[in-house]
Design a binder for this molecule. Structure first.
Ligand code: SF4
Ligand code: SF4
Ligand code: SF4
Length: 343
């Protein structure tokens, strides 16, 4: 019995490292995004004539332009040509889709800084004891919102936009400066935008992962692709002691303790349920060929896929925008970002 308890504690100690690793990886991506955002702000000051110091534009800010990336994924399929204007955005988008197909929503669980912020708000809310679980009659209709948004964008882009419309969109001034428009949205939000942002931040402390669970169409798309993923959390019911710890820690609010295999699109592959389960040989990451695969395989593969796409883009010249900085400076000096409307 003593040996069994010691072994169990060892298991817990070892698995806790997965949680620590996830927080570390998420923090590094989050800090990098803050750094890239700051560098982009300095670039914007130069490009808009408010500073004489040129700072190169960080391509990674394009990660926050998934709609343009979807447009250009369609263009890539139709023409075989990679987007020369926001190539990093398309690279990151394709990497996220491939991760979704192979490794569940590992992009959400390990890379996305918005998901990280949402996770932090969620754990702060949990510790403060202010978190509520929405009743099913409200949860299910809200869950459909992100799919409606995904359907809306999918319909507009994949069905309604032909190649001519895509080329018009790509050449539009709006598309050329859409990253700065996004920056402007946060630097000088309208009263309505500010109110919505404050509401989303506040509600994220009270309702677990509100944005990701109910509103993010990007996550909805990755969740649908994750149905194809060979990896999934599996539960051996005969070893379960019904402690409910897996249900309590799951950021996706999944009732893990009621499932044999977690196939729901809400699973972000974080591994928290597996690392917190006190029962031996009960919860594990599994694949169709192996009932149990090492938990670290998922984040290792997520990062390997992500950085492979990054390396490919850099080596093939598909990371940096083809637009010369001087041209962008001319464009910025001739427009008013506040007035610039979507084409
Ligand atoms: S659901 Fe959206 S915001 Fe949330 S982690 Fe996934 S991609 Fe990021
Ligand atoms: S089921 Fe497990 S791996 Fe999936 S989101 Fe919930 S805690 Fe994370
Ligand atoms: S944490 Fe493990 S033992 Fe507890 S309910 Fe979940 S699967 Fe069962």
């Amino acid at each position: 019995m003593r040996m069994k308890t010691t072994g169990l504690l060892n298991d817990l100690r070892r698995d806790r490292r997965v949680d620590l690793l996830r927080r570390t990886v998420q923090s590094l991506f989050g800090l990098f995004c803050l750094y890239a955002g700051f560098r982009f702000y300095l670039y914007y000051l130069w490009a808009s004539g408010h500073s004489d110091t040129y700072v190169p534009r960080p391509p990674s800010v394009e990660a926050f332009l998934p709609i343009g990336a979807l447009v250009n994924l369609k263009r890539l399929v139709l023409t075989g040509q990679f987007d020369p204007i926001h190539p990093a955005g398309l690279t990151i988008f394709i990497a996220a889709l491939v991760i979704g197909l192979l490794l569940r929503k590992g992009f959400c669980g390990w890379i996305c800084p918005v998901g990280f912020a949402s996770n932090l708000a969620e754990s702060a809310g949990r510790k403060a004891g202010i978190q509520v679980r929405l009743p099913a009659w409200l949860d299910y209709p809200l869950l459909s919102l992100k799919y409606l948004l995904l359907f809306f964008f999918g319909y507009l882009i994949l069905l309604k936009m032909d190649l001519a419309a895509i080329e018009d969109f790509n050449r539009s001034t709006y598309n050329l400066v859409v990253d700065a428009k996004m920056l402007y949205f946060f630097l000088a939000p309208s009263t309505l935008s500010l109110g919505i942002m404050l509401f989303l931040v506040a509600v994220s402390f009270i309702v677990r992962n509100f944005w990701c669970r109910y509103l993010c169409p990007y996550g909805a798309l990755l969740g649908l692709l994750a149905f194809c993923s060979p990896l999934a959390v599996r539960r051996k019911a005969q070893n379960c002691i019904d402690c409910g710890r897996c249900d309590r820690v799951c950021p996706g609010s999944i009732r893990v303790s009621h499932k044999e295999t977690v196939r729901t699109p809400e699973c972000i592959g974080c591994g928290e349920c597996v690392s917190t389960c006190p029962a031996r040989d009960c919860l594990a990451l599994g694949s169709p060929v192996r009932r149990r695969v090492p938990l670290l395989l998922l984040p290792a593969a997520v990062l390997a896929v992500f950085f492979t796409f990054y390396a490919w883009a850099v080596l093939t010249g598909n990371w940096h925008s083809a637009l010369p900085p001087e041209l962008m400076r001319q464009i910025y000096s001739s427009i008013d970002l506040q007035q610039l409307a979507h084409p």
